[in-house]
Design a protein around this ligand. Structure first.
Ligand code: NSP
Length: 231
């Protein structure tokens, strides 16, 4: 009987991440329902904005790879659950495919990915990623930031594929890249890992993790703004 009560309580308990998403709803919605995403979804997107996003995101993803490598290293050192390594490694593998995808997409749009100058919002975001790569940053902070970064893209692009969307055919591949169900399951797996570590974390680590998630959301909004030319 007591066991059953505990199980029921665990089921109804609001997780740490869910609490933050409720508390920072406006910012989360700002990052995942940005006007740039709305413009893809309703078909009014400006082609030059899309091309700018493509060029800048390629630069971001190049900086994202070493960040993910440090998350993998921290998982190996700080987590005793083999699932963590499996999930992070699957994320790295999909980043490898992502580079091939960027090259294919760039030639489709007549964009050159070499010699592109990173814009300020991108540089700021890459610098933030670099700060998270430090060995001083705990695994809990890094894995939760990783979850947030991936989830913003998943949630944003999945929105462009929902029933009722008017996403142009030539942009559907981009939306599928991050909005597909498999990527959604991967984000959920990252969330479970992050939750597991947040449950055990000290108040101080939790506070710093929450701050890192908020930073991610703000950098994502700035990144979409930059894509639209609003910097
Ligand atoms: C800016 C940004 N944020 C997130 C993702 C998803 N990896 C991305 N490609 N670019």
């Amino acid at each position: 009987m007591e066991r059953k009560d505990e199980a029921e309580e665990a089921k109804s308990k609001v997780s740490v991440i869910e609490t933050w998403l409720r508390k920072h709803r406006l910012l989360y919605v700002g990052a995942t329902r940005h006007p740039f995403i709305h413009s893809i979804r309703d078909g009014s997107v400006d082609v030059s904005s899309f091309k700018r996003w493509l060029e800048q995101d390629y630069i971001f993803v190049r900086a994202f790879v070493p960040f993910v490598a440090t998350v993998l290293l921290k998982a190996w050192k700080e987590s005793f659950d083999a699932t963590d390594l499996d999930v992070i490694l699957s994320g790295m593998a999909s980043l490898n495919d992502e580079f091939a995808w960027f090259n294919k997409e760039a030639s489709k749009w007549g964009v050159s990915l070499t010699n592109v100058a990173p814009q300020k919002a991108n540089l700021d975001y890459c610098r933030f990623l670099e700060s998270l790569m430090s060995s001083e940053v705990e695994y809990t902070v890094a894995i939760t930031a990783f979850w947030a970064i991936e989830t913003v893209y998943q949630d944003s692009f999945a929105h462009c594929l929902e029933d009722g969307s008017n996403t142009p055919e030539e942009l559907r591949d981009t939306c599928q890249r991050w909005g597909n169900d498999g990527f959604g399951r991967y984000c959920h797996a990252l969330q479970s890992i992050a939750e597991h570590h947040l449950e055990k974390a000290s108040d101080d680590v939790r506070k710093r993790t929450e701050a890192a998630v908020l930073d991610v959301l703000e950098y994502e909004v700035a990144f979409w703004n930059m894509s639209q030319g609003d910097t």
